[in-house]
Design a protein around this ligand. Structure first.
Ligand SMILES: *Cc1c(COP(=O)(O)O)cnc(C)c1O
Length: 506
């Protein structure tokens, strides 16, 4: 154990393992007076700050520039990313983000814009937003699109607020949003945030919406339904048109959660399904780096019945010029915007990446994307279903769902299995979601992985499944062995985070 930092874990002299470097918090590394810059001695300022003037030191760590650079570089290397390896999360398309998108988003004249610039100086940017809006409307067949929502969940809220405005215009805002059991957690959360009460619809044995149960729940109090398609079991909702008709017959609207658009792009016109509103996660389907929570964008496409209620601001072309409609007065007689979702104009950088992605792939490339994504998921399903257990019959869409049936009586859980995958160099698939199957393992390989990558993953999963069935539960309970940190108490970490660095037993 090193005398320089007595708190470092034992093992090697430094506590490091190979090039995995251990280090204390910056606050523990810093020494008083240390600094990366030479600051002038403070002048004795007149007391303009009054009582706000600091009287003593505030305990910032004194560090040199290389110490700071190394610390943050190492932290960045502890992040797992799609650029570092295979990332088979389900229910959140994590696909390769082409470098071209980044280049376009950083072009001078786009990356350097300021939202307060006069509209006459940002005509190109407005044209780019308008072009992306045209792509999204063309790909979905929808009548309008609200570009400003900043994420999928924000798009859900936008769609629901649009629905509420439309229902209010008809004289009754209604009270209930129906949400199938397999829905992503953001769906009921958005409905509740928008002031609706949420009523769940059960799933059938084969993982789809129970039509009879839906019929029972429909009433004059129902404002709409939120349905994910393909759903979070990775299955296409076969009865989607019938669902739309039933919902419309009850005077309600059909919100489709479009987070899984990667499975449909270029193949299904969303408007043909009877959808009234759907958000598109640009950061998922249209490739923007989004691990770690952002930034994202959730443009929301709207049917003719809802388009007029889309929020401010929006871009409008008049003659050769683009204008930014920012107020109800500017919106004119036909539009009745319900309000505004966001400061300024939405996540412009993400929009640029999406536009670069769409234009570089073209219509045929986007269509191939969904085909390859579905093919890759079915490849995993076909090559794994004899060793894992698949709860539903037949092919899947863009994600392959397994349950923990194959782990029965082994003493190994889905969580243990995922931890063992980390030692093999994989970010685990999504676990325990969707809730409608027991101990779920949900894998979405996306279109951007090679057969070689998938084959190695399949081989790894097959070997681990064999190990579990061979009675090697202890091996799984000790995983992960090779990471900088072993198993953490995740509940305790969330409830009582320890924000100081502490040595841990290894
Ligand atoms: C990711 C996702 C969302 C939420 O999108 P965010 O951009 O994370 O807010 C909603 N529904 C489904 C099915 C998703 O996969």
């Amino acid at each position: 154990m090193s005398d320089v930092f007595p708190s470092m874990p034992a093992g090697t002299v430094t506590g490091n393992r190979g090039l995995v470097v251990e280090e204390p918090l910056l606050f523990e590394q810093g020494s008083p007076g240390g600094s990366g810059v030479d600051l002038p001695e403070p002048r004795d300022l007149p007391d303009a700050l009054g009582g706000f003037r600091r009287t003593g030191p505030i305990g910032l760590p004194g560090l040199s520039e290389p110490q700071v650079v190394r610390h943050y570089t190492r932290l960045s290397q502890k992040n797992y990313s799609i650029d570092a390896g295979f990332y088979p999360l389900g229910s959140c398309t994590m696909k390769y983000n082409p470098r071209l998108n980044e280049k376009v988003a950083r072009l001078t004249g786009l990356g350097d814009l300021h939202p307060f610039q006069p509209v006459s100086t940002v005509q190109g940017a407005l044209a780019a937003m308008d072009a992306l809006a045209a792509w999204l409307m063309e790909l979905t067949g929808m009548a309008g699109v609200a570009m400003s929502p900043a994420a999928g969940a924000h798009g859900e809220l936008c769609g629901l607020m649009t629905i509420r405005a439309a229902q209010e215009a008809k004289g009754n805002p209604r009270k209930i949003i129906l949400v199938p059991e397999s829905a992503h957690g953001t769906n009921p959360a958005s409905a509740a945030l928008c002031g609706y009460s949420v009523v769940a619809i059960p799933a059938t044995e084969d993982g789809r919406v129970d039509i009879a149960a839906l019929q029972e729940k429909l009433s004059e109090d129902v404002a709409g339904i939120m349905l994910t398609n393909p759903n979070t079991c990775g299955l296409f909702e076969r009865d989607v048109r019938q669902i739309a008709e039933m919902v419309h017959a009850a005077g309600a609207f059909f919100y489709m959660d479009g987070a899984n658009f990667n499975a449909l792009i270029g193949r299904v016109k969303i408007a043909d399904l009877g959808v009234d509103a759907m958000h598109i996660n640009l950061h998922k389907t249209f490739s923007t780096p989004h691990g770690g929570g952002g930034p994202g964008a959730g443009p929301t496409v709207l049917s003719p019945a809802l388009a007029a209620f889309a929020p401010l601001p929006f871009v409008r072309k008049s003659g050769d010029a683009y204008e930014l409609v920012e107020t109800r007065a500017q919106a004119g007689k036909k539009a009745q915007p319900f309000g505004r979702m966001k400061g300024f104009h939405g996540q412009f950088g993400v929009m640029l990446r999406a536009l670069a992605y769409a234009m570089s792939l073209g219509a045929d490339g986007l269509r191939q994307t969904s085909g390859d994504a579905v093919l890759n998921a079915n490849y995993l399903l076909a090559r794994l279903k004899d060793v894992l257990t698949a709860p539903f019959e037949g092919p899947c869409m863009h994600e392959a769902l397994f349950d923990d049936g194959f782990l029965k009586d082994t003493g190994v859980t889905t969580l243990d299995f995922a931890k063992a995958l980390i030692d093999e160099g994989y970010h685990p698939m999504t676990m325990y979601f969707p809730l409608v199957v027991h101990g779920a393992l949900l894998m979405e390989p996306t279109e951007s992985e090679s057969k070689q990558t998938l084959d190695l993953f399949v081989e790894t999963v097959r070997a681990l499944a064999a190990k579990a069935r061979a009675g090697e539960a202890d091996f799984f309970h000790a995983a992960p062995r090779l990471t900088p940190r072993r198993r953490l108490d995740e509940t305790l970490a969330a409830r009582k985070p320890v924000l100081r660095w502490k040595p841990q037993e290894n």
